[in-house]
Design a protein around this ligand. Structure first.
Ligand code: AMP
Length: 333
């Protein structure tokens, strides 16, 4: 992006009306930006229109996002991508949308492929679950993930090779077979700041998943459909490792994807009873787990600004500082 083409006095912050839009646009308004929500239906639009911090709510057809992106550009907008944005417009359109978009867009492509995703984490020196290329290699409990599975739907576990063989026979399409890690889930929210040249640990959460977290007494197959998020404060002794993995991730993206991380991202892990952290997934953009801290900030956010801040505010802070310093190009692709 050439920020000279943008009127930095009239910047707008825009996102798709879902996922973390409330947090993003509320934060943007607090920092004085004009705010735009792009909704996919009248029903969604009428909800977002009730929120005082959203200046414009558009209704758009996500199957032809290019026109929307062009209009956003004319409005001096910076688009904040999130999980629902990529899901609604599709990764190909997201890659090409002609509007400055926060963060490293190229990562969206890597995220669409489970193998590339794990390769990136491994190359970062971050411990990941073992993965098995063929049935014969499998020994022990595994989890199978279908490509493009959403919210954990389309994942299943198998106790042994026999069960795996039976279950694989029922599915179609690409998948990855991973060692199932026993422990507790923990998701780390980071913010990569080009303005301050650092990675910040910004919070952590746990996902609340049906049926693994439901009162199902082991009577149903486990499913991992996310229905909400719970806050998490980590044992302080874990923080150095969590930060190290977050920083390693930025380095590997620079080396392998050839772009700079900017803005929020997340590493998703299981922590074993020996306190080792095994990362099975990442999100290259804001995750819905950050919504927990909307309005009051996560405890970790006070480490950097000595006041609580939520992720929406943190994004707006970065955009404002980058605009003031003439460095908006460092934030967007
Ligand atoms: P995801 O959709 O990738 O976030 O995964 C959905 C859920 O599956 C996670 O919240 C974890 O609880 C679980 N999960 C994914 N991969 C593994 C693994 N290798 N070992 C244990 N649990 C996993």
């Amino acid at each position: 992006m050439d920020s000279k083409n943008y009127d930095v006095e009239k910047l707008a912050v825009a996102t798709v009306a879902s996922h973390t839009a409330i947090q993003i646009l509320r934060g943007a308004k607090k920092y004085g930006f004009r705010t735009i929500a792009v909704a996919g239906s009248e029903r969604a639009a009428s909800f977002y229109r009730r929120l005082w911090f959203i200046d414009d709510v558009w209704i758009a057809d996500f199957s032809s996002f290019k026109q929307v992106a062009e209009k956003l550009r004319r409005e001096n907008a910076i688009l904040i991508p999130h999980g629902s944005y990529v899901e609604y417009v599709g990764w190909r359109q997201a890659l090409e949308a002609p509007v400055p978009t926060l963060g490293c867009r190229e990562l969206i492509k890597w995220e669409a492929d489970q193998h590339k995703k794990m390769e990136l984490l491994k190359n970062a020196g971050i411990p990941t679950p073992r993965h098995f290329v063929s049935l014969d290699q499998v020994n022990g409990v595994v989890i199978v993930k279908l490509f493009g599975a959403k919210g954990g739907r389309g994942y299943f576990v198998a106790r042994d090779r026999e069960e795996l063989r039976r279950k694989l026979a029922r599915i179609d399409g690409d998948y990855i077979i991973q060692e199932y890690i026993f422990g507790v889930p923990a998701y780390y929210h980071y913010f990569a700041s080009p303005v301050y040249n650092r990675v910040e640990i910004f919070g952590a959460d746990i996902r609340y998943e049906s049926n693994v977290d439901g009162r199902n007494f082991g009577l149903v197959e486990p499913t991992f459909v996310v229905v909400g998020n719970l806050p998490l404060v980590l044992r302080e002794s874990l923080l150095p490792t969590v930060l190290e993995y977050g920083e390693n991730f930025v380095k590997v993206v620079r080396e392998m994807v050839r772009c700079e991380m900017a803005g929020p991202y997340c590493l998703e892990s299981i922590i074993r009873d020996d306190m080792s952290i095994i990362v099975f997934e990442f999100s290259g953009r804001i995750v819905a787990g950050t919504n927990i801290y909307m309005g009051y900030g996560s405890p970790y956010s006070t480490l950097y600004f000595d006041k609580p801040m939520d992720m929406g505010e943190r994004i707006a802070h970065e955009i404002r500082e980058a605009a003031v310093r003439g460095r908006l190009e460092a934030l967007v692709t």
